[in-house]
Design a binder for this molecule. Structure first.
Ligand code: SF4
Length: 100
């Protein structure tokens, strides 16, 4: 259906905007691709648990790490293609936090 303006001209039909591309919850999947089926970041060597002011913040060392929530990572996220099974070398390994 086309709309008619006050001046009698018809407007072109409004097209639906294209759907937004799907983004993964884990930004590393967008950057590197999806990891092995059934794996999550929890067991990846790149997952860091950084202690700061008596709190533990989970980060992925392959992302830009800031002191803000924007770089917080989740251990339960699906793994990306850079997944490497193993334990992180950080001292806080095994100290789970709010999200686990
Ligand atoms: S799988 Fe490893 S490298 Fe990939 S996002 Fe998770 S922690 Fe980072």
């Amino acid at each position: 259906m086309s709309d008619i303006t006050l001046w009698g001209a018809s407007l072109p039909p409004v097209e639906e905007p294209a759907p937004a591309p799907e983004h993964s919850v884990n930004p590393c999947i967008d950057a590197y691709g999806k990891g092995p089926e059934g794996t999550c970041c929890r067991t990846c060597v790149h997952l860091l648990r950084l202690e700061y002011h008596n709190k533990v913040y989970i980060k992925c060392e392959l992302r830009k790490i800031t002191h803000g929530a924007g770089s917080d990572h989740r251990a339960k996220w699906d793994a990306c293609k850079r997944y490497q099974e193993g334990e992180s070398t950080d001292d806080n390994r095994g100290y789970d936090t709010y999200d686990n």
